[in-house]
Design a protein around this ligand. Structure first.
Ligand code: IPE
Ligand code: IPE
Ligand code: MG
Length: 243
């Protein structure tokens, strides 16, 4: 990191669509699951680098509501790998001051996985240094529907439904929206990731497959973010200054 140009504008919240595991494996003549395994190995190093750069929240997209449509063997393998990651990493994350959160639904998830997730959330809930949101069994549309159902169940009156209220019912309640969304694997789409929260996020897509996305790739994404001018529908500073 020493020779890099210093970064002056750091996103507080980064979202990553960790895509390309399957293609990474196929390119090496390996089964797709080996790509998923390599992908999970990468999470720790990217999280640590985010922390060093001053990012406060990282949200990783691990399994979408649409990924259930994959062959049974891949889905089962993916959950097995995710469970192994929890077993292996939670203590380390806790030691590093990382608060773990889950975005998504725990319905349809095995009892043992559900317990592990709840335990990890409970263990790390008071950590303040960094927040890691893991989006699995997550879909942006499902999240919005869940929020609407919860509002109706809580008898929220129609005139009280505004953007602020809506956000209190999303899985990300109380958290800032993502500033930067990175997608590995080259596609230029959201695939149902944080569709409400990312309304004004900056997007960055790289052809690099997720298992190969290293700290220098992260630096490139942060550098691209720094060059962007965020306007949120307003006018840029220089135009306003000219009057
Ligand atoms: C992303 O990698 C991980 C998940 C969706 C679980 P993919 O499995 O989508 O990899 P590609 O896109 O087929 O290469
Ligand atoms: C998005 O990747 C979901 C995750 C990374 C978990 P997909 O591979 O499922 O997205 P599509 O199918 O290419 O849109
Ligand atoms: Mg994919």
């Amino acid at each position: 990191m020493a020779e890099e140009q210093a970064l002056t504008k750091i996103p507080q919240h980064v979202g990553i669509i960790m895509d390309g595991n399957g293609r990474w494996a196929q390119a090496r003549g390996l089964p797709r699951l080996e790509g998923h395994r390599a992908g999970t190995e990468n999470i720790r190093r990217v999280l640590e680098a985010c922390g060093q750069y001053g990012v406060k929240t990282l949200t990783i997209y691990a399994f979408s509501t649409e990924n259930w449509s994959r062959p049974d063997e891949e889905v089962k393998g993916l959950f097995r790998i995710l469970e192994e990651v929890i077993d292996r990493e939670v203590k380390n994350f806790h030691r590093q001051g990382v608060r773990l959160r889950h975005l998504g639904s725990l319905e349809g998830i095995s009892e043992s996985m559900r317990k592990k997730v709840q335990k990890a959330i409970e263990l790390t809930k008071d950590n303040k240094k960094f927040t890691l949101n893991v989006a699995f069994n997550y879909g942006g549309r499902a999240e919005i529907l869940d929020a609407v159902r919860k509002m109706i169940a809580a008898r929220v009156a129609a005139q009280e439904v505004d953007e602020e209220r809506m956000e209190q019912y999303l899985y990300t309640a109380g958290q800032p929206p993502p500033d930067l969304i990175i997608r590995t694997g080259g596609e230029m789409r959201l695939s149902n990731f944080l569709i409400w929260q990312a309304a004004y996020a900056e997007y960055y897509s790289t052809p690099t497959f997720w298992p190969d996305f290293d700290t220098s790739e992260l630096y490139k994404a942060l550098l691209a973010y720094q060059e962007r001018e965020r306007k949120f529908g307003g006018l840029p500073e220089k135009v306003l200054a000219r009057g």
